[in-house]
Unconditional design. Structure first.
Length: 457
C-alpha cells in the first residue's frame, strides 16, 4: 500500500454564526459597562477650586457620629418638632455613640422591643403598625438643639431627611400584616421524608406548569412565563443605562410593546392551567384543609437593619449632584413605566458657600424572606421579643445597584408577581457584596452563551 505523508492537521475555524454570537455578546457587555460608567460617574472637584464650587460630604471620613433609634405606633408622628421628639424619647430602642463614620461597626447584641409599654399596646392587638425612627447625629450635637435651631413658624412640614447640617433621619416599619398559615410538616416514619419531598405523595404542592409555545423555526417549546419576565425585566433595566439612540429605543420598545404583552398572555394561560390543577386537587380532603381562610396577623421583622451609604468624595459643584439611581414612574395600573426620575444626592447649605451632600440612611428589610418574619402573638402577658440589630455601612456603588434592582422589582410587582415569587431574586441581590454579584452575573451570561453555541452546533 502506498504511504501518505502526514501533514499538520488543520485547526477547525469557528463558523460565521459562532463569531457573530460572540461579537454580539462582547458588544452588549462593553456597551453596558461604558453606559454604567457614564451614568453613575460624577466628575470630582477640580484641584484648587474655591469652597463654594464643590459638593463636600456631610460627615468627613472617620468623623465621630452618634446613632439613636426610637419606637412609636404613630405613622404620622411629627418627629421634627420638639413635641414629637419628646414623644420619641419615651420609647428608646438602641443607641451608639462615638462611631467612626464610614468604618464598619458590628453591634453584636440583641435588643428587646418594649411591646408591653402602654403606648405600643395596639401593636400586639393588630390595631397599628410598629414604626422606628433612626437619627444619625454629629458627635457633640444634641437632637433637641438641632430641632430648636431648625424650627420655623408656621411649621413647613417634614424636612427631606435632614435637620440642618448635623442630623440625618430615616424611618421604617418593624411589623407588617401577613397571613398566618400553619401547615404541619407530615413526615414518613419509614423514610423520614416530608410530604413535599415524596414525588408520589398526592399532597405535594402543585408546581405551575410550563406553557407550550410553537415558535417559528424552533417548533414546540416549553416556556415558563415567570422566568421569562425576569429576563425581560433585566433587559429593560439594562437598556435604561444605554445612551438614548436607535438601538436602545428598539430594544426597550420591543420588550415593552411586544414581548411583555405576549408574556402576559402566556402567564394568563399558565394561571388558567394552574387553577384547573388546583380545582382537581381540591376534591381531596387534605386540599380542603389547606384552602381554609387564613387569619391576617402582625409579623415582626427578624432583624433591625440600619443601612448607611458612606461616600468621602468631593464632587464638582458646577454640575448637578451625583446620581444615586433612577426611579421608575408609573401611571394608574399600567405594568410598564411611563418614564424615569433621577434621584440624586440631597444637598444642605447655601449656594456660594460650601454645599454638603447627605449620605443615604434607611431602616432596611427589603431583602428578608417572608418565612423569617416572626408571628407576633396577641397575648399581652408574653415577654417582650428580642431582636438582633445590624448597622450596615455600604459603598455608594453597591447602594446604587441595589436601588436600581428595587425599581425593576417594582415593575414585576405591578405585572402580578407577589413578594414570595421574588424572594429568591431579592436574596440573590441583597445578600452578597457587589463584586460577588458581578462575578455571578458574568458566569451566568458565559454559561448562557456556551449553551447557545452548543445548541447551535
Amino acid at each position: 500500500s502506498e504511504g501518505r505523508a502526514a501533514g499538520p492537521r488543520a485547526e477547525a475555524m469557528p463558523s460565521i454564526g459562532t463569531l457573530i454570537v460572540f461579537l454580539i455578546f462582547l458588544w452588549v457587555a462593553a456597551n453596558t459597562g461604558v453606559n454604567l460608567y457614564k451614568t453613575f460617574h460624577a466628575p470630582r472637584c477640580p484641584e484648587g477650586a474655591p469652597p463654594g464650587e464643590c459638593f463636600e460630604p456631610l460627615f468627613e471620613p472617620l468623623e465621630e457620629v452618634d446613632v439613636y433609634v426610637f419606637l412609636t405606633a404613630k405613622k404620622k408622628l411629627r418627629w421634627w418638632t420638639e413635641v414629637g421628639l419628646h414623644e420619641l424619647r419615651l420609647l428608646p430602642l438602641w443607641n451608639a455613640t462615638g462611631l467612626k463614620f464610614g468604618e464598619p461597626f458590628s453591634p453584636n447584641n440583641t435588643i428587646s422591643l418594649p411591646l408591653s409599654a402602654p403606648r405600643l399596646a395596639g401593636v400586639r392587638r393588630n390595631e397599628t403598625t410598629l414604626h422606628a425612627h433612626c437619627f444619625l447625629v454629629r458627635a457633640g450635637k444634641r437632637l433637641e438643639d438641632a430641632i430648636r435651631e431648625e424650627s420655623q413658624t408656621p411649621d413647613p412640614g417634614p424636612p427631606t431627611g435632614t435637620l440642618g447640617i448635623d442630623v440625618v433621619h430615616a424611618t421604617g416599619v418593624l411589623t407588617k400584616f401577613m397571613p398566618l398559615t400553619r401547615r404541619p410538616d407530615r413526615r414518613s416514619l419509614l423514610t423520614n421524608l416530608s410530604a413535599a419531598e415524596v414525588a408520589e405523595d398526592p399532597d405535594a404542592p402543585i408546581q405551575k406548569p410550563a406553557v407550550q409555545v410553537d415558535l417559528p423555526g424552533l417548533g414546540l417549546v416549553s416556556l415558563y412565563p415567570n422566568d421569562a419576565f425576569m429576563w425581560a425585566g433585566a433587559v429593560f433595566s439594562i437598556g435604561g443605562f444605554f445612551v438614548p439612540g436607535p438601538v436602545a429605543a428598539v430594544v426597550r420598545g420591543f420588550v415593552g410593546v411586544i414581548l411583555v404583552p405576549w408574556l402576559l398572555t402566556l402567564r394568563q394561560t399558565q394561571e388558567a392551567q394552574y387553577r384547573a390543577l388546583l380545582r382537581r386537587r381540591a376534591k381531596t380532603e387534605h386540599e380542603h384543609r389547606l384552602m381554609e381562610e387564613v387569619k391576617i396577623v402582625p409579623h415582626l421583622v427578624p432583624v433591625v437593619r440600619l443601612v448607611v451609604g458612606a461616600d468621602a468624595e468631593s464632587y464638582d459643584g458646577r454640575l448637578l449632584p451625583p446620581l444615586l439611581y433612577r426611579e421608575m414612574v408609573f401611571e394608574g395600573k399600567s405594568p410598564m413605566p411611563v418614564g424615569e426620575r433621577d434621584i440624586r444626592y440631597k444637598l444642605v447649605g447655601r449656594r456660594g458657600k460650601t454645599q454638603r451632600y447627605v449620605p443615604p440612611l434607611a431602616i432596611e428589610h427589603f431583602g428578608m424572606r417572608s418565612q423569617s418574619w416572626r408571628f407576633l402573638d396577641s397575648n399581652a402577658s408574653r415577654p417582650d421579643p428580642e431582636l438582633p440589630i445590624e448597622l450596615d455601612i455600604t459603598g455608594m456603588n453597591r447602594y446604587s445597584v441595589i436601588e436600581m434592582m428595587k425599581q425593576s422589582l417594582k415593575m414585576y410587582m405591578r405585572v402580578g408577581f407577589t413578594e414570595r415569587d421574588l424572594e429568591e431574586l431579592k436574596d440573590f441581590f441583597f445578600r452578597y457584596p457587589l463584586h460577588i454579584l458581578i462575578i455571578m452575573q458574568v458566569i451566568g451570561v458565559v454559561q448562557m452563551l456556551l449553551t447557545t453555541l452548543a445548541f447551535k452546533n
